[in-house]
Design a protein around this ligand. Sequence first.
Ligand code: C2G
Length: 130
Amino acid sequence: MKRVITFGTFDVFHIGHIRILQRARQMGDLLTVGVSSDELNLSKKGRAPVYPLSSRLEIIRSLRFVDNVFVEESLEKKREYILQQKADILVMGNDWQGRFDFLSDCCEVVYLPRTPSISTTEIIEVIKEI
Ligand code: C2G
């Protein structure tokens, strides 16, 4: 049984999110997703998420290719989360390329290419201009 773990805010859920989660799931038998808390998103992106944590958790939990969901409270706790969840592979989009290589002593670390031309930031900008 190969366990895959990934992390993200998944705010204003879009096709790039769907594709990375599907590809992550295909790399093993079980996919666990750490969803960033509202506070973590504020510290990472300098703004509160559009959708609160409770909605983002509900969206991710409802996907058929996601098996398990938990709250990611800090970027510094990755090792702890990986060990807790007994993950064999950490999958992240390549906007994080190299950032989690230090964890390769406890699991395989894989960066997948992002889906081009879509991001939450761009969606927010487009909506602002409508
Ligand atoms: N993603 C993607 N293609 C896009 C947009 C996002 O593949 N067009 C991927 C990102 O690379 C990431 C995942 O979708 O792996 C979630 O993206 P975000 O919600 O933006 O995640 P982020 O806030 O970067 O949080 O511990 C690290 C994090 O919590 C990652």
